[in-house]
Ligand binder design. Structure first.
Ligand code: GLU
Length: 487
């Protein structure tokens, strides 16, 4: 049997990071097993319709490198792949259930349903459709039901959940799940407007599209008993189920917008590399080996296994995402970084630098930033004269004898023809040691004069890249300002 899986998003506006994780796991599983990965748009809930939402989903799935074998774009033998184009199929299937006695008509108004809920609440019982007292085919009888329907009364079709039995199914991640049927609601399958609910459409399509594995978020686990009953009532073979762990905020509550962005597009906008983002998403709830965290898409495919997915929730930790991005920045070819850096520099009006210089700057700074665009923010002094000196840093490290020391050291820098970082370091060390002092006594003042800031890359490496002329000028200028009391 060849694997067929699907990602079945509802187009509600944007691709949620949890949705991306579901899509990715389906894709990895399909590719790992040489199976097919299908994209099905579940747009039966017209009240939630959002313009361009489907296009938006497809755009970001494709950005992430997730490819579908069958979809509304690719086509395929099991289409249409959009549920709103399959309404007849759902009506036909609701009819089959009515005929086999596994579904029934109900005529309750929203007010009557509300009143039922209030009664249940007052009695302290969980809200559930009460088939025995409400207005439906059972309480009214078949002929009254027919009369009502013929007379044009509004109706819904509900699933007839058998009383006093167990619903059992096995989940690849969670093991055996057992639910008492008394806890399962007589779910509406077809709404009064003739549209199916998610449950009916989802099961009918999974069957007709020959889906072998249903891989989806844990929030759908409570729906699965209803789905399992539907498979059984239709006499269809059930797919295998795998419910992925919830995504959590750092405080372990369910991932929410309130604590950070949950839309993939926001992370694209922020400039994360897609490889880093996908790698990060892939490890939310699964890790093939304890000793490694960086995986290419192919490596993720090669290693993927549903059995290794965790049951417990996975924290969506953006600090880890930042770390991941910085790791990818380190391994990205210099030429790629250069191409990204150029437009960024232009925006800052930092122009006129040749590639050779920029490549050196990249080499110097790429391990200090998370994003390429942070390079000129982190180290503007590589592209312009210092605009501002960190005064606190100066007050802390500029001692009484510092000016004298710096002047003497400057002389040695002027005299040397070798402005390599190793030579600069050797000269400086030798000098401070001759005074019986430590490198720390001079390195901070140097950093201040050369960069204006308290943090940066290696000091001597920075000087080497800036070059002798600039470095010496900055030191001399600073001494002048210091001596004239301008700073
Ligand atoms: N349409 C559902 C969603 O939006 C699909 C759930 C499932 O995969 O069964 O997530």
């Amino acid at each position: 049997m060849s694997v067929r899986v699907r990602f079945a998003p509802s187009p509600t506006g944007y691709l949620h990071v949890g949705g991306l994780r579901t899509a990715l796991y389906n894709y990895l599983f399909a590719r790992h097993h040489n199976g097919k990965c299908i994209l099905r748009i579940e747009d039966t809930d017209r009240t939630r319709f959002v313009e361009n939402a489907t296009e938006n989903l497809i755009k970001y799935l494709s950005w992430a490198g997730i490819e579908f074998d069958e979809s509304l774009v690719e086509g395929g033998d099991y289409g249409p792949y959009v549920q709103s184009e399959r309404f007849d199929l759902y009506r036909e299937h609701a009819q089959i259930l009515l005929e086999s006695g596994n579904a029934y008509y109900a005529f309750d108004t929203p007010e009557e349903i509300d009143a039922m809920r209030q009664r249940q609440q007052a009695a302290g019982i969980a809200p559930k459709y009460d088939r025995s007292v409400m207005r439906n085919q059972y309480t009214l009888g078949d002929s009254e039901t027919k009369n009502l329907i013929d007379g044009g009364a509004e109706f819904v079709i509900r699933l007839k959940v058998p009383a006093m039995s167990e619903v059992r199914f096995s989940d690849i991640i969670r093991g055996e799940v057992v639910v008492q049927s008394k806890d399962v609601d007589d779910q509406i399958l077809l709404k009064s407007d003739g549209f199916p609910t998610y449950h009916l459409a989802n099961v009918v399509d999974d069957h007709l599209m020959q889906i072998t594995h249903v891989i989806r978020g844990e929030e759908w686990l409570p729906s699965t008993p209803k789905h399992v009953l539907l498979y059984d009532f239709f006499g269809w073979e059930r797919p295998q189920f795998a419910h992925l762990p919830l995504l959590l905020n750092k405080d372990k509550s369910k991932l929410s917008k309130r604590q950070g962005s949950v839309a993939v597009e926001d992370y694209v906008e922020k400039g994360y590399f897609k490889e880093a983002f996908v790698n990060f998403i892939a490890l939310l709830g699964w890790n093939p080996t304890a000793d490694r965290e960086i995986f290419s898409m192919q490596e993720l495919i090669d290693n993927f296994s549903l059995e290794k997915v965790n049951k417990s929730g996975a924290v969506f930790d953006t600090t880890k995402l930042d770390w991941m991005n910085s790791q990818y920045l380190r391994i990205l070819p210099f030429s790629d970084i250069l191409e990204m850096l150029k437009p960024v520099l232009e925006k800052h009006n930092f122009v006129g630098f040749d590639d050779e210089y920029l490549l050196k700057v990249i080499d110097l700074l790429k391990e200090r930033v998370i994003f390429v665009y942070q390079i000129p923010v982190f180290a503007p002094y590589m592209f312009e004269e210092i605009q501002e000196f960190e005064i606190e840093y100066m007050n802390k490290h500029w001692k009484e004898n510092t000016t004298e020391m710096v002047k003497e050291l400057l002389q040695k820098f002027i005299e040397t023809t070798d402005f390599s970082h190793s030579n600069l370091s050797a000269i400086t060390k030798q000098y401070v040691e001759s005074l019986g002092m430590k490198l720390g006594n001079i390195i901070h003042p140097l950093r201040l004069m050369i960069t204006g800031k308290s943090v940066g890359a290696g000091m001597f490496e920075t000087m080497e890249v800036l070059g002798k002329e600039k470095s010496i000028n900055r030191i001399s200028k600073f001494i002048e300002m210091k001596e004239s009391g301008k700073i």
